[in-house]
Design a protein around this ligand. Structure first.
Ligand SMILES: [Mg+2]
Length: 385
């Protein structure tokens, strides 16, 4: 089961915490200047129709007696860090979504904290005790439902959608409450006569994909209660790359390959430092006439080896047009996977041993350079003229 924990009216609640005289009164956090908007409103202010992103002048028209305070981002961040630390004391699988919101994967926590519901109560209590603030928790087998559940009984709510209720719940769920459905998609769906995820489920998949593209497929999955996105405790960078404009435009293949090798070494080092391996390698060339070209390839076994990056980059490079002179050469990687999960795909890849050996070489170079400086050790091809 997955928990979604969301602090209640976070900024406004922190202001009440720090200014006890505000308790029970309508509080609005936001700028007072002409174009100021509401960043957060206490539940007392919401009763007057005030909500976040509303222009401040309008909010004050609706609720003239509100206490208005300017946002104090540093203070909110400070409390946010404590909030996250509390969550991490329950599970290492915590994914922060925003300053006051996170997913927590409760699988494997049963022995330590009991049922997900009991665990949610403990989390709520700990937050109340340590931060003197309330939060709302949603519990469901998948992320998108946990998020919807946490919003159902705010403030101080605890809502669970058990496995056996998922289908019934999803069928009745309005598409406008489904994550990813913005006003544009909502309109498209409306035209198709779709208002709930139940309607989505009954709608032919190929038609939905034709109308909505990739999102149609995702929506179809959601309508079956399927959400494959895992709780990801770190943010995965999309790509890592290095590029350099050369001092002079050149068509010299050897020189250009030296640049590629240099980039491969840098990119591979960055991969190892951040604990990732890459599946896709790309190169970028900018010609003297500023035309640009990129080529990419996907390999079977994710890598963080400079040798593999260099080998693949050279292969791509040799397939490119090299009649014109080149002013910039770049190398990058994408399709990143965390190292622990990488390297399990091509079980019978014969090059794996060699790949492993070169990883060792790379890691050793990392260590030596860390200790003695970048210039102590270089590939022979990168030295000299
Ligand atoms: Mg919140």
């Amino acid at each position: 089961m997955i928990l979604h924990i969301d602090m209640d009216a976070f900024y406004a609640s922190v202001e009440v915490l720090d200014n006890p005289e505000f308790a029970g009164k309508p509080v609005i956090v936001g700028g007072l200047s002409g174009r100021g908007v509401v960043a957060a409103a206490s539940y007392e202010a919401r009763m007057f129709g005030v909500h976040s992103a509303m222009p401040m002048f309008l909010a004050l028209k609706k609720c003239p007696d509100a206490k208005v305070v300017p946002p104090r981002k540093d203070r909110y961040k400070q409390i946010s860090r404590q909030f996250m630390a509390i969550l991490k004391s329950f599970s290492p699988l915590v994914e922060q979504v925003s300053i006051d919101e996170a997913f927590l994967d409760a699988s494997g926590c049963h022995n330590l904290f009991g049922s997900p519901e009991f665990m949610a109560r403990q989390i709520k209590n700990k937050i109340k005790q340590h931060l003197r603030l309330t939060c709302s928790v949603g519990i469901a087998p998948v992320k998108f439902l946990a998020k919807i559940a946490s919003d159902m009984h705010k403030p101080d709510g605890l809502t669970m959608i058990p496995v056996e209720k998922v289908h019934e719940f999803v069928r009745a769920l309005p598409v406008k409450d489904t994550p990813g459905v913005g006003p544009k998609i909502f309109q498209k769906l409306n035209k198709l006569g779709i208002t709930t995820l139940g309607d989505v489920r009954d709608f032919p998949e190929n038609m939905l994909e034709k109308k909505l593209g990739k999102f149609g497929k995702r929506l179809k999955e959601l309508s079956r209660g399927i959400d494959k996105s895992p709780v990801t405790p770190f943010s995965v960078p999309k790509s890592i790359s290095a590029e350099e404009t050369m001092p002079l435009d050149t068509a010299d293949t050897d020189l250009l390959k030296k640049y590629l090798l240099n980039h491969a070494v840098k990119v591979a080092q960055q991969l190892r430092k951040t604990g990732f391996k890459a599946k896709t390698i790309f190169i970028k060339l900018k010609y003297s006439d500023f035309n640009q070209l990129t080529r990419s390839t996907t390999i079977q076994t994710p890598t963080c080896s400079s040798k593999t990056l260099y080998r693949e980059a050279c292969r791509l490079f040799e397939d490119c047009e090299r009649v014109k002179k080149i002013r910039l050469v770049g190398l990058g990687v994408s399709g990143l996977v965390k190292t622990a999960a990488a390297g399990q795909m091509a079980l019978f890849d014969i090059s794996e041993t060699e790949e492993k050996q070169w990883e060792k070489v790379d890691k050793t170079i990392d260590l030596i350079q860390e200790r003695f400086g970048k210039n102590i050790l270089k590939r022979a091809i990168l030295t000299g003229d």
